[in-house]
Write a protein that binds this ligand. Sequence first.
Ligand code: 6R9
Length: 656
Amino acid sequence: MSTISPDRSTSEIKSVLHEERIFPPPEDFARSAHIRSMEEYERLYAESLNSPETFWARMAEKLHWFTRWHTVLEWNLPHARWFVGGTLNASYNCVDRHLNSWRRNKAAIIWEGEPGEVRTLTYQQLYREVCRFANVLKRMGISRGDRVAIYMPMVPELPIAMLACARIGATHSVVFGGFSAEALRDRINDARCKLVVTADGGWRRGSEVRLKAAVDEALQQTPSVERCIVVRRTGSPVRMEPGRDFWWHELVETVDDHCPPEELDSEHPLYILYTSGTTGKPKGILHTTGGYLLQTALTTEWVFDLRDEDIYWCTADIGWVTGHSYVVYGPLANGATVLMYEGAPNYPEPDRFWELIERHRVTIFYTAPTAIRSFIRWGEQWPLKHDLSSLRLLGSVGEPINPEAWMWYREVIGKGRCPIVDTWWQTETGAIMISPLPGATPTKPGSATRPLPGVEADIRTKDGRSVGPNEGGYLVITRPWPSMMRTIWGDDERYRKQYWSEIEGVYFTGDGARRDEDGYYWVMGRVDDVINVSGHRLGTAEVESALVSHEAVAEAAVVGRPDEIKGSAIVAFVTLEAGRTPSEELREELKRHVVKEIGALARPDEIRFTDALPKTRSGKIMRRLLRELAASGVVRGDTTTLEDFSVLEKLRMEEE
Ligand code: 6R9
């Protein structure tokens, strides 16, 4: 099956954006950044493509290896092995390595809970916590290669649990705390996790998210899970099943403070992270140790121009890849001070983020366009109330940032002083691929600019032709890179098909883009049936499966509608089983049903009942027509393959 909808073609991938503004890198960055000029970038870039082995071998010196690799890359399309023969440990690189310098007493994590409490862990303290929890895991029977599910709020125990897994060679699978019990269950079963780490709950906008209750529900149908460890966070009562459930704080009291790191193969599986694709079943993206750690560490240093004095804040939840790579592994491998915040940006007031920046003197701030659009809507009086003069660099990730939001970010938050790095990458790429370098790259609002050293990108047509400047096409990566995903857990065939077969011989990103006359990339968004809701990927098929699993629903088609704040809103067209009649109650019930099946992030913004869905003669739902209908209420596109024209007529009338 093709992952591109049959009713979309490259000719549709057009950008209407014409952006003329250019902002040179600020002088202080150009003086002292890690990469200081376009000449230096071009030199590095050319070297990285001309002699990749020499380039990556030199870069790999950044990490601590127990045994040096003998071969930089073994590439057997679509399978890569990086730093073959090398052994290392990610937890050692993120923690132990900083203990034999002054950084031992440097803050690794400054955490603030939503209710306002603050905890700081120095690298020394982080070491102790990671070692203790690693010993707990061992005692619970977890060893090298076992999978551990982590379903937690944004509390320090979350990165501690991840690093403890990495320390003993267990593969973690973090499931975002906003996912439902059903979604958690499916992910646990897909990876056959032996243990779950969770918390009683977490705080979000003043209410408790009851995680342990969801775990209890999930664990009724997860035969592989033997034990569950629970962090006490909110203190609210939870059910503890004797023999299965244990309190974190009790277990860590009984173990040693030291735990030697396992010497792991460079290709040892570090983690699985589930992401949405074009089918209803989320894909377990597998990342391994050496290449992933190297490229996340390197890009953190380059893109954020990280320095020892920085207070670095990436606002992403660790349940998403941005949190894995740029809250945990990248910054900690660099010995950075990471700020971590548990709750919502508008609690108790819409200035919580600005208050955090002021109180902790944050210097680097990395967030998502959807958040920026919310800040704009809430009004600039909120950031203006605070002293944001500590900021020196701003980042954006998750979806295309519109030039208006970019300019607001630059002027209102950055006061025209701070460079903006718009970073394009994916769960699958592991690390940032296309981004400005703040001391080198002149930026254009809305463009992620140029590929980083080591990354070879292109814009191609479906048949593999490289297109000219400003022509739309598919964004592809044309050679392997160290932090690339290695496979889809348990489904290598799908890996080959979805990523390496759409366009012969290259990595297919699923994004449409164009490249301008300066070689700058303008990413327009997904070309497949994946929608980007508030910077989070959702497969339309996942939402459809959830809807169809409700007894009243016969068929469902889900599309995205452009939305000012969320990027895309979710619109579902639903046909009902015979005998069921549309009603407001049913509409609400279906929304609740989707939330129960997937989580609140998938709640449809709109449900439209209809008698039939527009289909091609071969029976495929014509989502393109539904997208047009959802967006503008009219259909202008080609309808010649439509099987029954009256369906469209009816849909249009139902609209009015
Ligand atoms: C890191 C992350 C990946 C998809 C990606 C693209 C969109 C991410 C972007 C961007 C334009 C940017 N995306 N960053 N689009 N400009 N700077 O978000 O991973 O959740 O896997 O989503 O997000 O469509 O394909 P993930």
